[in-house]
Design a protein around this ligand. Structure first.
Ligand code: PL4
Length: 407
């Protein structure tokens, strides 16, 4: 009989978000009273957008669908993406620093994170911020990184703790040589955005150690502090050591539409001098057939001035939710970071297990959160509150959080 890929046995049995959904279902089944509106379960767990796509961007989507029904407007496979969309992304997000051949349109940041490791294979050392978005670790383990690094601890990958003690920025001396480093800013789950100086140090360390940074900027449009970089490519020298993955999901409400992009600079080279850009084009050409054309019409509308104003409006809406959550937790004496340049609030419960805090908040408040330990060992004693929710739900959740009492 055919054998199972042994890497699958190395990933954790359940992916974090379905496990949270399972516990929520279990709680609801045991508590039929949660069917009543005043007792309904409110989710501040998974980071899933809730608000309608705003009118200008939505017109881009519907007009795109209409065009596909016409002889002059029809298009089929678009491979690396609409040329105008790639040019527009460079103009809007990178001040035109990249040619369209350096920008690859995707069906979302997560999908490209999953595909990117094909460039490096199983033998490469992989480092992640701890805590971090679970896909970096699980994706690495799936490609065999755990096998290559077995015995090094933490499931075979290198975890760089980001804690209150180091202001949620890792000790870069722990970065393995000739490795891959997943770095996310504003960070999921901590909500902390790295400063220009910190990213300068990160780029310097990556170059000195022969590493490549996979920079996840999925929440860049949530940055409101003008001094904070939205992209790794705002840092000099980054094009020689970084790939950036990005997405329309969180800024434009495209979590269900599916559209993102990855920047692979032409100057980025492996140790042997080969081009990552050429390899990425080859990988995508082989196992990806391009993003939906309808989604790409929506992306084009999002890059127009009216679309950019809507992106700002939508992010402001969720940032206001984050401020409400942070203030409610602060009133209880619970210490938090994030929420100011990010849609996530990272709340600390010293001495507690994060799944226990998750259960306490669900039982006392009927509010779903995400336990910090699901993002890595350094996430223990934290829970993440997502600001993606209807305003009335967030207000109700904040009210109910008072049941936790003062800390
Ligand atoms: C739940 C740092 C959320 N089922 O929509 P994409 O693929 O363009 O972007 C996904 C993504 C990429 N990078 C970061 C992210 O935080 C996310 C989305 N994360 C969360 O609650 O942490 C949604 C997660 C989804 C999943 O597994 O990705």
């Amino acid at each position: 009989m055919i054998k199972r890929n042994p890497c699958i046995a190395n990933i954790k049995a359940g992916y974090l978000f379905p496990e949270i959904a399972r516990r929520r279902r279990e709680y609801a089944a045991a508590h039929p009273e949660t069917a009543a509106p005043e007792k309904r379960i409110i989710s501040l767990g998974v980071g899933n957008t809730t608000e309608p796509i705003l009118p200008h961007i939505n017109r881009g989507l519907t007009e795109g669908a209409r065009r596909l029904g016409t002889a002059e407007g029809y298009s089929g496979y678009t491979d690396e993406g609409f040329l105008e969309l790639r040019k527009g992304i460079s103009r809007v997000f990178y001040r035109g620093a990249f040619g369209p051949e350096e920008i690859f349109i995707s069906d979302g940041a997560k999908c490209d994170i999953g595909r990117l490791q094909l460039l490096f294979g199983a033998g490469v050392p992989v480092a992640v911020q701890d805590p971090s978005y679970p896909v970096y670790v699980d994706g690495s383990v799936l490609i065999g990184a755990a096998g290559a690094w077995a015995g090094t601890g933490y499931g075979g990958l290198v975890y760089l703790p980001c804690t209150a003690e180091n202001n949620y920025f890792p000790d870069l001396s722990l970065l393995p040589r000739d490795g891959l480093f997943y770095f996310c800013s504003p960070n999921n789950p901590t909500g902390v955005a790295a400063t220009r100086e910190q990213l300068g140090a990160l780029v310097a360390a990556a170059r000195e150690r022969g590493c490549i940074i996979v920079y996840d900027a999925a929440y860049g449009e949530y940055i409101r502090d003008p001094g904070l970089p939205k992209s790794i490519f705002e840092i000099e020298g980054a094009a020689a050591c970084a790939i950036e993955v990005n997405s329309f999901s969180k800024p434009a409400g495209f979590t269900g539409v599916r559209l993102g992009w990855t920047v692979v600079p032409a100057e980025l080279k492996y140790g042997g001098g080969e081009s990552l850009n050429a390899d990425w084009a080859r990988v995508c050409g082989t196992i990806f057939n391009g993003a939906s054309n309808i989604a790409q019409y929506g992306g084009l509308a999002a890059l127009e001035p009216e679309g950019l104003a809507e992106i700002r409006q939508l992010c402001d809406f969720y940032l206001k939710n984050a401020a409400l959550i942070r203030s409610a937790l602060g009133d209880l004496g619970i210490s938090c970071v994030g929420g100011d340049n990010s849609p996530y609030v990272w709340a600390r419960f010293p001495g507690r297990k994060s799944w226990d805090v998750f259960a306490e908040i669900l039982e006392k408040c009927q509010v779903v959160t995400t336990p910090g330990s699901g993002f890595g060992p350094a996430g223990e004693s934290f829970v993440r509150f997502s600001a993606f929710g209807h305003r009335s739900d967030v207000e109700e959740a904040c009210d109910r959080l008072r049941r936790l009492g003062n800390r």
